[in-house]
Design a protein around this ligand. Structure first.
Ligand code: TYM
Length: 332
């Protein structure tokens, strides 16, 4: 079976609708057809120096949500990135294969370092995409399900794989991004041309998977819509309505043209109400299962340990080969 791999950061107390539609749903679908590896990117989260207690809590909440959303521990290795030490080891080796200019061109780094101020941004933020490349290449992943914001990082991973293979002989599979056009960038509810994002959206613009249904409904009813009253997809002139149509369609499975026809002449209110229903219906059971899983931390930790064991077996094989290729002595 081909391999699928992806990671998600534990940088908030809940995943949001963008994470869910852009990534997590694809993780669940792909575990049916692929050998699957999914991890909580706790090392990546360190780039913004979270409080230790907060990081611990968020890592468990993230893991619980992944299982609650449908990842099956039998089919998918679900683990904490930091539990498989080989990620960090390969990251260093790849850091030495990456040009300063190449890393400096990463737009997420540029955005984030501009936000924090250049001197406050850590070196970890700079090398972040290279650790991400290590995450991917160490599993010889074929497909990497992500939102479009990760596309440039995936390109760097591909470049690094090819460069390493050219310099030292065939070692890594060149991974493919798996990006679904319809959900590649879910917009902020208050600023729909911007992506929904835990770091930049206002609380009103972002919907959490673990959000109370009442609060969730209110946010959708108050989502920015556009001038006019027609429920039609029009990226240019109606980004707010288009975003909501994409969300509805992704959750209900009803194609956008059918939704447009169904809501013709009804105005935005009736439409938003249905969007809110679709979201609450999807998230309510995930929320419930997440709470159950979090009630038994020992079991959750056990599931993560088992996932890490499976992942480590693959990661070690790749690392043995990498060490050999690059000229490090055996026996360490
Ligand atoms: P992160 O934690 O920011 O986001 C997790 C996943 O959610 C997707 N996503 C979105 N998709 C659609 N619309 C949105 N508004 C939206 N917001 C987020 C992201 O594209 C991502 O797929 N660097 C990664 C984590 C990572 C990783 C990896 C991913 C670390 N190592 C290896 C893949 C492979 C990140 O910060 O994702």
């Amino acid at each position: 079976r081909p391999r699928v791999l992806s990671g998600i950061q534990p940088t908030a107390d809940s995943f949001h609708l963008g994470n869910y539609l852009g990534a997590v749903r694809q993780y669940v679908a792909l575990q049916e057809t692929h050998e699957a590896f999914y991890f909580i990117a706790d090392l990546h989260a360190l780039t913004v120096t979270p409080k230790p207690e907060e990081l611990r809590r968020r890592t468990r909440v993230a893991a619980a949500q992944l299982f609650a959303a449908g990842l099956d521990p039998e089919r998918s290795a679900v683990f904490a990135q930091s539990h498989v030490r080989e990620h960090s080891e390969l990251a260093w080796i790849l850091i030495c294969q990456t040009g300063m200019g190449e890393a400096g061109r990463m737009t997420q780094f540029k955005d984030k370092s501009a936000r924090y101020g250049e001197s406050a941004a850590s070196v970890g933020l700079f090398t972040y995409p290279i650790l991400q490349a290590a995450d991917i290449l160490i599993y010889q992943a074929d497909q990497v399900p992500v939102g479009v914001d990760q596309k440039q990082h995936l390109e760097l991973s591909r470049d690094l794989a090819q460069r390493f293979n050219n310099r030292y002989g065939q070692t890594f599979k060149v991974p493919n991004p798996y990006i679904l056009k319809e959900v590649e960038k879910i917009g902020d509810l208050q600023d729909p041309t911007a992506k929904m994002s835990k770091s930049s959206s206002s609380p009103q613009g972002i919907i959490d998977v673990l959000e109370e249904p009442g609060a969730l409904r209110k946010k959708i009813m108050r989502a920015v819509t556009d001038t006019g009253s027609e429920v039609v997809a029009d990226e240019e002139n109606k980004p707010g309505v288009t975003n909501l149509l994409r969300i509805h369609s992704a959750l209900s499975g009803v194609p956008i043209p059918e939704l447009e026809a169904r809501f013709a002449g009804q105005g935005y209110g009736a439409f938003k109400k249905e969007v809110a229903e679709a979201v609450t219906e999807t998230f309510a059971p995930i929320r419930e299962r997440t709470e159950k899983l979090l009630a038994d931390e020992a079991e959750l930790d056990r599931l993560l340990a088992a996932g890490a064991d499976r992942a480590r077996r693959v990661a070690r094989q790749t690392m043995a080969r990498v060490r050999d290729r690059i000229g490090l002595l055996h026996g360490g």
